[in-house]
Design a protein. Structure first.
Length: 370
């Protein structure tokens, strides 16, 4: 009989990251199945460490995975790894954001190559039809659209703080009567009926804003005048291949008619050839959630925060953990799981691409590969 997997849930390095990939309730279910789980201390995780202890998990100091986690352990997280150790020897399960040509991707992949580790990127944990099996998309869309509404109505305060959904919904409803523009705003959500688009539409409906939804057929015949004719644009499109962008700097020419004043980009693919809104090139964050792209009598602002679901951390974590639970259990069945195998294949392709690029550079410069 195959040995049950050992999971090591690391702390997140960002102070604003309050989610967890595994809730105490789901951790207890895994422990009952024989899974060994270690949970690191965290000063900002939404679930107390004591709840994990009561679920049967072991505990460890923050960052201990680098030196204390056995080589056989799966290190579970959500967002980016710290810069050390430089050589990554474990199997890491998290959102690596390293397979779409992102600027920092080669350096990260080289760390895995140097240490012999593996990145099982949760963005690529999908079934045979390409459907994501565990995702925060709904809550990303919901939070992004909510921020866009509050900003458009002059009700967004910074720095951002996490809220329960009930309180965020109450703020959206209150903003209807607190703004002189409440009755005139129109929103466009691009992404059809995907998770992120559904979340965005729910937030906009709660705020009382009419919503236009575009899917793939609408973007294939993109009407930029219609796009610019909305006040709020929420981009919730996940693409894995380069396609024509939805907006370019030329579309924001001062002489062009434009109603659009707020963009909420859920995908945040800056620095990648898959970036569908190349009118901006830097992410925003909790401290400064909004960046001005165009000034003047009709300003245009962008919200592009890459951990939006952490604004509603408990709800987002519970939903994600429930989706991920059966796949975590599948790690230790002894039978190769086709969904995890696809994750491994995506990592192998990305690693091979970095090696080829390094080889081309070394041949051009006459230097040896590291």
């Amino acid at each position: 009989m195959a040995e049950s997997p050992q999971l090591w849930m690391r702390t997140e390095t960002r102070p604003t990251e309050r989610r967890a990939p595994l809730t105490p309730q789901d951790a207890e279910k895994l422990v009952r199945q024989g899974v060994r789980i270690t949970v690191e201390e965290s000063a900002h995780r939404v679930f107390p460490l004591t709840d994990y202890e009561e679920a049967g998990c072991r505990t460890a100091p923050a960052g201990a995975w680098a030196v204390s986690a056995p080589g056989s352990a799966f290190v579970l997280g959500l967002k980016e790894l710290p810069p050390v150790p430089e050589r990554l020897r474990h199997r890491h399960v998290y959102f690596g954001h390293a397979y779409k040509g992102q600027e920092d991707a080669p350096a990260l992949l080289r760390r895995f190559a140097a240490g012999g580790g593996t990145l099982l990127d949760l963005e690529y944990l999908a079934d045979a039809q390409g459907r994501r099996l565990a995702a925060f998309g709904y809550w990303a869309g919901y939070a992004g659209a909510a921020l866009a509404v509050l900003h458009a109505r002059g009700r967004l305060a910074a720095p951002l703080v996490p809220l329960p959904r009930e309180e965020l919904d109450a703020r959206l409803r209150t903003s209807r009567t607190a703004s002189s523009r409440a009755g005139e705003l129109r929103a466009l959500v691009i992404g059809g009926h995907g998770r992120s688009a559904r979340g965005a539409c729910d937030a906009l409906t709660t705020a009382g804003i009419p919503v236009t939804r575009w899917d793939r057929s609408d973007t294939a015949r993109l009407d930029r005048a219609a796009l610019l004719g909305h006040d709020i644009l929420v981009n919730a499109v996940l693409t894995t291949r380069p396609v024509p962008p939805f907006l370019t700097p030329a579309d924001l020419d001062p002489d062009r008619e434009r109603r659009l004043t707020v963009i909420a980009d859920i995908t945040c693919d800056t620095g990648s050839p898959l970036h569908l809104l190349p009118v901006y090139d830097r992410l925003t964050d909790w401290a400064v959630p909004v960046r001005r792209l165009r000034a003047g009598p009709r300003p245009l602002d962008v919200i592009a925060i890459d951990n939006l679901p952490s604004l509603v951390p408990a709800e987002a974590a519970r939903s994600f953990s429930a989706d991920l639970l059966p796949k975590l259990l599948a790690l230790g069945t002894g039978t190769p799981d086709p969904d995890w195998l696809r994750c491994r294949a995506a990592f192998a392709r990305a690693l091979a691409g970095v090696s080829r690029s390094a080889g081309r550079r070394s041949r051009r410069t006459g230097t040896a590969m590291p």
